[in-house]
Write a protein that binds this ligand. Structure first.
Ligand SMILES: CC(C)(COP(=O)(O)OP(=O)(O)OC[C@H]1O[C@@H](n2cnc3c(N)ncnc32)[C@H](O)[C@@H]1OP(=O)(O)O)[C@@H](O)C(=O)NCCC(=O)NCCS
Length: 149
């Protein structure tokens, strides 16, 4: 794996949409997202991070952030293509997120993850020390309310 062949981009081009759909198909909470919904998501997300394998032009990783630039940023949809996992691409995404100038002064950066991924996110200072706060959710998405893997 030659990481110098991987480029972090701040947008996902229309020709990478099929790759993005494949990426999300491998993520339990995002399977089945439609092209039109993904296009709208890409347009309206504050920050988008795409990992592109330059020689092939394939999108092999993705993450996005919603933020008000001051108080809060929420990291969402962190996914690396299954064949590329375990080669530090996830770390590239998190480095790009926490190092982004728009997030430098934001007071809190938050994310939701499964327990087994907590050691991964701790590397960037994420902690489960959240005081008495508890996640609550109002959702129409059964993937988010059913028992998760
Ligand atoms: C989580 C994910 C983005 C990490 O990407 P990656 O390129 O494999 O990450 P890196 O190679 O930089 O780091 C690998 C580390 O991820 C962690 N990790 C990834 N998946 C894990 C899992 N299912 N269980 C436990 N640890 C996991 C490990 O700590 C691993 O560390 P190691 O190399 O010491 O074993 C990727 O595994 C993925 O896309 N998973 C499916 C989607 C998902 O669950 N995304 C997270 C949403 S919160």
């Amino acid at each position: 794996m030659d990481l110098s062949e991987i480029e972090v981009r701040d947008a996902v081009d229309a020709d990478c949409l099929p790759d993005l759909m494949n990426l999300f198909a491998s993520a339990w909470w995002a399977a089945g997202r439609s092209a039109s919904d993904l296009n709208r998501m890409l347009e309206t997300s504050d920050l988008v991070f795409g990992l592109v394998h330059r020689p092939s032009g394939r999108l092999v990783g993705f993450a996005r952030v919603l933020t008000d630039d001051v108080y809060l940023a929420v990291v969402l949809d962190v996914v690396v293509a299954p064949a590329w996992r375990g080669f530090d691409l996830g770390a590239m995404l998190l480095d790009a997120i926490v190092g982004h100038p728009r997030l430098a002064a934001v007071r809190s950066v938050e994310l939701v993850c499964q327990p087994e991924l907590m050691p991964f996110y701790r590397r960037w200072g994420f902690t489960e020390q959240i005081g008495r706060s508890r996640l609550m959710r109002r959702t129409s998405d059964p993937l988010l309310s059913d028992t998760q893997p």
